[in-house]
Design a protein around this ligand. Structure first.
Ligand code: PMP
Length: 311
């Protein structure tokens, strides 16, 4: 069960999480003019230590998202990293943790009304954290093809993690769950596969990994990139190319990648079994490697970890 941790970083300092609140005039609430990240820290086995995975990469994506929305934070990425590290050590909880930096258009400047402009509001940063263990089922998930289309980049900046764009994801996952599925796979305006509600999608064909390219209107996932790097260790080829819905239906295996769910097998799509209807060997191999790697099992990838002592 996820639970918020005791402390949050809110606007300009650390406060008990109950005090991290915003006024109803906050522009980000009205128009979705905010950006966020999802970062994970994992308990390192046998140590009083959390390892934050690819912190810099997440914060660089956060900085790009901020720039797009004209959000000017006083902190650079190194200072934001220090905030995340301090939040974890203040919380002092030796449990797997999900960290959520959130930057948003905050307070209308004097003389400014409730307009939709990206200018005329101050910016604010909050960082909260949840204890959140591994929730992705080893047995895999079943997905629908969503009736909601992934909006094209010319309509919304889907490559940035902007809060407003997640209305699309929320509607898609809600529809999927109402129909008895675990998650939704969204297609883009061209009818090609884009991504799941909060994860990128891969198909496995023989020893090939196939995943949609960035111009399929997807988020540039950090876990997607991690799988790209790991594919070489497994002797798998990695190809970004447009995938049609039918490519997923006839794939040997399909899996999802995301910070929240790691590498998760998709065992069914739109009422059909994928492959054998069981998690496949390629997915399971990548899943275990990822699970161990983020917990510090492999020295070659030490540069992806930020280790934080927790009592
Ligand atoms: N797509 C969407 C829409 C997401 O919200 C996420 C989760 N951040 C992902 C893909 C996966 O990205 P990452 O691997 O960086 O978590």
């Amino acid at each position: 069960r996820p639970a918020t941790t005791a402390w949050a970083y809110h606007r300009d300092g650390f406060v008990p999480v109950a005090e991290a609140t915003v006024p109803v005039t906050t522009q980000g609430l009205h128009y979705g003019t905010g950006v966020f990240e999802g970062i994970r820290a994992h308990v390192v086995p046998g140590r009083s230590e959390l390892a934050v995975f690819r912190l810099r990469d997440h914060l660089e994506r956060f900085a790009r998202s901020c720039r797009l929305l004209r959000i000017d934070l006083p902190q650079d990425t190194a200072e934001l990293a220090a905030v995340v590290v301090e939040l974890l050590s203040r919380n002092g909880v030796a449990r797997d943790t999900y960290i959520r930096p959130l930057a948003y258009k905050y307070r209308p400047l004097p003389g400014t009304g409730p307009g939709v402009s990206l200018r005329g509001n101050s910016d604010a940063l909050s960082v909260i954290a949840f204890t959140l263990g591994d929730y992705s089922p080893a047995a895999g998930v079943r997905c629908s093809f969503s009736s909601w289309t992934r909006p094209p980049g010319r309509s919304l900046p889907v490559r940035a993690k902007a809060t407003g764009t997640y209305l699309n994801n929320a509607l898609a996952v809600d529809e999927a769950r109402a129909a008895g599925y675990d998650d939704a796979i969204l297609l883009n305006e061209r009818g090609d596969v884009a991504e799941a509600s909060t994860a990128n999608v891969f198909a496995v064909r023989g020893d090939e990994l196939l995943t949609p390219p960035l111009d399929a209107d997807i988020l540039e996932g950090v876990t997607r990139d991690t799988v790209r790097v790991l594919s070489a260790d497994f002797g798998l080829s990695y190809t970004e190319r447009p995938l049609q819905p039918a490519d997923l239906l006839v794939a040997d295996e399909v899996f999802l990648t995301g910070t929240g769910m790691g590498v998760t097998p998709v065992v069914g799509i739109a009422g059909r079994d994928v492959g054998t209807g069981e998690p496949g060997t390629v997915t399971t191999g990548l899943r275990h490697r990822y699970h161990d790697l983020v917990r510090g099992s492999d020295d070659r990838y030490e540069h992806w970890l930020t280790r934080v002592r927790v009592p």
